[in-house]
Design a protein. Structure first.
Length: 129
């Protein structure tokens, strides 16, 4: 893009509109001849920071409405994030498998040094289930 596009007037309009909370797309339409991405790039280079948030509309009784956060039950969250305990199993001797014995249903965490005699894989069940 030409170096003379961002004149003092356009930069002033950009700063004013951004401070009023306008979106980058709306600013691009107002200034004209520039894309939303170019506006965002200029905002970044000018280090203008976050835009002002538009004022919230008041409820009929004069109090602002608060957005209710949607609560997600434990059963709807992924098992990794809800801190599910691994299923209790009787202690057993670890399986020792070589790389040729691995499947998608077992853990593929390596134990030992590669090439050593004691090199094996974890092979705990339920890795990709």
């Amino acid at each position: 893009m030409r170096g003379d596009f961002w004149t003092k007037e356009r930069i002033g309009a950009l700063k004013r509109l951004w401070a009023q909370g306008e979106t980058a797309g709306a600013i691009a339409k107002t200034i004209g001849g520039v894309s939303r991405g170019a506006v965002l790039g200029k905002i970044f280079r000018l280090r203008l920071g976050a835009a002002a948030k538009p004022a919230t509309k008041a409820a009929p009784n004069g109090k602002a409405k608060k957005a209710k956060a949607r609560r997600v039950s434990a059963k709807d969250r992924p098992a990794r994030r809800r801190g599910a305990e691994p299923q209790a199993t009787a202690p057993r001797a670890p399986k020792r498998k070589s790389v040729f014995d691995l499947t998608n249903q077992c853990c593929r965490w390596p134990h030992g040094e590669p090439g050593a005699k004691n090199n094996h894989f974890c092979c705990a069940s339920g890795a990709d289930v």
